[in-house]
Structure formats: structure tokens, C-alpha cells
Design a protein around this ligand. Structure first.
Ligand code: ADP
Ligand code: MG
Length: 283
């Protein structure tokens, strides 16, 4: 049976009514486009175009879309590393024109400094801010505990597993107490179980501290398990083709949310939008 026919008999996902806007807008992209110069072409083609969305304070929103559609480019513009070629980006109500202080970025690569202990890696952002040594130490210890790395503060990155290094990177990201987190496939290099445990820790911290997060992942169930809303992008020039409200309980507890029966139909809807397996015969 073709995958497309299977969608026809699978339970369908129904889009819930949008929730009322209670919180102020924290991140906004208004008609944003970005082009990069291409070799041998006089005109720079658009990597993304007509990107519009708003994210409210405390929301976790995931972007999913094919490789190369411009997901990382969106995060780079949100954090002020790239300037848009057209349109405007706002964080906390202010136009982004350079690096934004209240924003933290976390990537797939942990980018820990190998010559610094785990504690000193976590303290890095605070050190740059000029915080006193004792105060930095207290914050780093607290975060290392919350990220389940107690006892590893004096270890060096090479002494930790991939999952633990990513935990340390999460602690470092949270140390500066950012209002907004941009997370670019932070768990994609981890094995399935380590990934679920880290998702759980991250989800709880985001929920308890009411952080706003824009999350990129290739893992559709991860996106559903972690998010209030999903933005689905098309291939280049990337743009948002669908916005889906994940009206499910347990945003603070993705391990529980993963067990809900609605997950399957919603993942099926995403596969349909992303054309996963279309025209593929199963044998
Ligand atoms: P994604 O994260 O969705 O895989 P990216 O945002 O990394 O996609 O890239 C989108 C497109 O923009 C790609 O075609 C990529 O080659 C191009 N691109 C991204 N950053 C740069 C850059 N700094 N210079 C040139 N092209 C870039
Ligand atoms: Mg990317």
C-alpha cells in the first residue's frame, strides 16, 4: 500500500481553535527575507522569503521543514547574527539590529571550551558580563544541579559523554538567565533515550521559568512533545506554509505527552505537509 493511501485511513488531526492572546509578543518576524550571494550569479537568490510570525512570552514554538529551507537562518536573524535582506525582526518589542542581550543560542555542537572545567564553561557568559567570582559560582552550581551534573563541575568536557556535554551546554545557555532561547537542533546528535531525558529537563525549565523558546528539530515527535505551536516551512525559498496549535496537555512533561493518542494523527499531518514518503511504495 502506498504511504499516501495509508494517510487516508489513518485518524485525522483536527486543528483546534486558536487560543486568546494573553501574553505580550516576545518574538516577531515581519515580512522577513534573506538572500545570500551565489557563485556565478549576479543576483543573490532568496533563501527565505515572506516569513511572518509572532511568538508570545512563555510560548515554545518549533520550526520544522526540509533541510536547507532556512530554519537556522531564521534563528541567526532572531539573535542578531544575520541582518534580514528585507522585512524586520523584533525581540521583546525592539527591532533587532545586532546581538541581543536577553537571547541565548544553543546548537547541536556543544561548543564547550576544552581547556575550561564544566563549571567554568557554565560561568563563561557571567564572566563576560563582569559578575563577581563567588556569585558566578553559586549560579553555576545551582544550574549544574538542575541539569543533573552535580559532581562533574570540576571535570573537563573530554571526560563527559555526549549527553552530559549537551547538559553542560544547556546549563551554560541558561546561566545568563535569557528571556528568549533559540535552540537549533540541540539534541539531534544524541541517542533516542538520552534525547528524551534532556527534552524532559529542558521542557521543565522552560515551563517553570516561563521562557520563550524557538526550537528547531527534524524530529516530528520531539517538536510535538515540546511545543505549544509548530511552524511548518516549505523548501527554498523557505516560507511558513502552515501553523499548527498543539492543543495537548503536558507541555512541561514531554514524556507524558508522548504517550497521548493524539500524537500519531498529528505526526501524520506533519508528514503529509512535509511530503514525507510521498509516492514511496512500502514492501
Ligand atoms: P536549514 O537550517 O533549514 O537547514 P539554513 O538556514 O542553514 O537551512 O540555510 C538555508 C539556505 O541558506 C541554504 O541554501 C544555505 O546554503 C544558505 N545559507 C545559510 N547561511 C549562509 C551563509 N552564511 N552564506 C551563504 N549561504 C548561506
Ligand atoms: Mg540548520
Amino acid at each position: 500500500m502506498a504511504v499516501k493511501e495509508m494517510y487516508a485511513i489513518a485518524p485525522q488531526w483536527k486543528q483546534p481553535a486558536p487560543k486568546e492572546d494573553l501574553e505580550p509578543t516576545e518574538i516577531e518576524f515581519r515580512q522577513v527575507g534573506k538572500c545570500f550571494p551565489a557563485k556565478g550569479k549576479s543576483e543573490a537568490p532568496f533563501a527565505i522569503r515572506n516569513v511572518n510570525f509572532k511568538i508570545r512570552r512563555g510560548e515554545v514554538v518549533s520550526i520544522i521543514g526540509p533541510s536547507g529551507c532556512g530554519k537556522s537562518t531564521i534563528l541567526n536573524m532572531g539573535s542578531g547574527l544575520y541582518r534580514p535582506s528585507e522585512g524586520e525582526v523584533f525581540v521583546g518589542g525592539e527591532a533587532v539590529t545586532g546581538p541581543v542581550r536577553k537571547v541565548a543560542f544553543m546548537l547541536q555542537k556543544d561548543l564547550l571550551m576544552p581547556w575550561r572545567s564544566i563549571r567554568r564553561n557554565v560561568e563563561l557568559g557571567l564572566e563576560i558580563q563582569g559578575m563577581a567570582k563567588e556569585q558566578r559560582k553559586v549560579i553555576a552550581e545551582d544550574l549544574l544541579n538542575r541539569c543533573h551534573l552535580q559532581g562533574f563541575a570540576d571535570h573537563y568536557p573530554f571526560q563527559l559523554s555526549g549527553g552530559m556535554r549537551q547538559r553542560a551546554a544547556l546549563a551554560r545557555t541558561l546561566a545568563i538567565d535569557p528571556q528568549v532561547l533559540f535552540l537549533d537542533e540541540p539534541f539531534s546528535a544524541l541517542d533516542a533515550q538520552t534525547k528524551m531525558i534532556l527534552q524532559q529537563d529542558l521542557a521543565q525549565m522552560l515551563y517553570q521559568e516561563k521562557k520563550t523558546a524557538l526550537f528547531i528539530t527534524h524530529d516530528l515527535v520531539e517538536a510535538i512533545a515540546m511545543s505549544d505551536r509548530l511552524l511548518v516551512m516549505s523548501a527554498r525559498p523557505g516560507t511558513i506554509v502552515e501553523e499548527i496549535v498543539v492543543d495537548l496537555p503536558f507541555r512541561e512533561n514531554p514524556l507524558e505527552r508522548r504517550k497521548l493518542p493524539e500524537i500519531g494523527p498529528l505526526a501524520g499531518r506533519l508528514m503529509e505537509l512535509l511530503k514525507v514518503g510521498e509516492d514511496t511504495e512500502l514492501h
